[in-house]
Design a protein around this ligand. Structure first.
Ligand SMILES: C[S@@+](CC[C@H](N)C(=O)[O-])C[C@H]1O[C@@H](n2cnc3c(N)ncnc32)[C@H](O)[C@@H]1O
Length: 194
């Protein structure tokens, strides 16, 4: 559950971190190059890696601070769109790679399925998707969180039209980037768009 300005702290703490391990696991599956979409790019640690891989990267994030992050990185291959996921107009079959790392669960449940359809439709066949979903036993799953939590069966249902390459469920005691205790229940998916 995020309050206004909470992401500033997160951005400060992740700016110089290595890319997400899930992104690194997804890279060997890449068959196509061209455009990549990074949903919830934050302090751009993943977008920077995608640009290094030669992608032209569109980062969609609702936080205007991402514009400052992009100015800091100053890479002409990284473009920012400041928008909530559920107001972004996903272009049809544009992206060879889509990442949504620890970001989609912050979208409200009422629009989650439509957003995920948009994600899938925005991908080229043979494009790679890597993304996280939060599981229903995650400690942030409280009434009024405004976030979305899934069961394994629900993630499988959402994955229609994708060919899963890796699908891992993890549940463990964790800490937030600020060091607060948290029970993390997460699904990590890497898949090809069919
Ligand atoms: C936990 S951070 C992850 C950042 C990055 N993917 C990473 O791995 O370091 C979540 C990101 O999603 C963005 N975000 C949260 N809810 C969003 C929404 N509904 N629409 C667009 N972006 C959102 C936040 O601004 C933040 O940058």
């Amino acid at each position: 559950m995020k309050k206004p300005n909470d992401w500033k702290d997160y951005f400060d703490r992740t700016r110089d971190k290595a890319p997400s391990p899930l992104l690194l696991r997804a890279l060997p599956y890449i068959r196509l190059r061209g455009r990549a979409l990074d949903l919830g790019g934050g302090a751009l640690r993943n977008a920077r890696m995608l640009a290094k891989q030669g992608f032209d990267v569109t980062v969609v994030d609702k936080e205007p601070m991402v514009i400052d992050e992009a100015a800091r990185v100053n890479d002409s291959r990284i473009h920012t769109v400041i928008s909530p996921f559920d107001q972004y107009n996903f272009p049809y079959r544009q992206f060879a790679f889509v990442s949504a790392l620890m970001s989609l669960p912050f979208n409200p449940a009422s629009t989650f399925d439509a957003v995920f359809e948009g994600v899938k439709n925005s991908m080229q066949p043979d494009g790679v998707l890597c993304c996280h979903f939060f599981g229903e036993r995650d400690s942030w799953n409280k009434k009024g969180s405004g976030m979305t939590f899934h069961t394994s069966d629900q993630v499988v249902a959402l994955s229609e039209g994708l060919k899963p390459l890796e699908f891992v469920e993890q549940e463990f005691k964790s800490t937030t980037v600020r060091g607060a205790p948290k029970h993390l229940h997460v699904f990590a998916l890497i898949a090809y768009k069919i």
